[in-house]
Design a protein around this ligand. Structure first.
Ligand SMILES: [Zn+2]
Length: 106
């Protein structure tokens, strides 16, 4: 993924509105590109601040860096879980395709 695509996906990331494939590539890009990470951090801070002001939660102070890092970790775990689920599904289908003809022999 290049910077232009990553920048276009920042709002999708914040709104949790992107495909698993895009999310996976986006996370990989953000990890290795400090300029896109900074961009994400800026938008994330604005979004987070607005959300918490709306909820009347402005008294608490947050370490935005930690909040974003936690969110990134959370989404990485999500991607890993989803990839494992898909892998299990594929392996299950392959086993089924292999086993059905075998069962028909008996
Ligand atoms: Zn970039």
């Amino acid at each position: 993924m290049d910077c232009k695509k990553a920048e276009n996906l920042v709002s999708a990331y914040i709104n949790k509105n992107m495909s698993l494939h895009d999310l996976r590539e986006f996370l990989a890009h953000i990890k290795s590109c400090s300029s896109c990470y900074d961009e994400l951090q800026t938008y994330y801070m604005v979004y987070f601040a607005m959300e918490h002001l709306e909820n009347g939660d402005s008294d608490r102070s947050y370490n935005m860096n930690t909040v974003l890092l936690e969110d990134l970790k959370h989404r990485e775990r999500y991607v890993r879980r989803e990839m494992i689920k898909r892998w299990i599904l594929v392996v299950g289908c392959i086993l089924l395709v292999l086993l059905v003809p075998l069962l028909m022999l008996f």
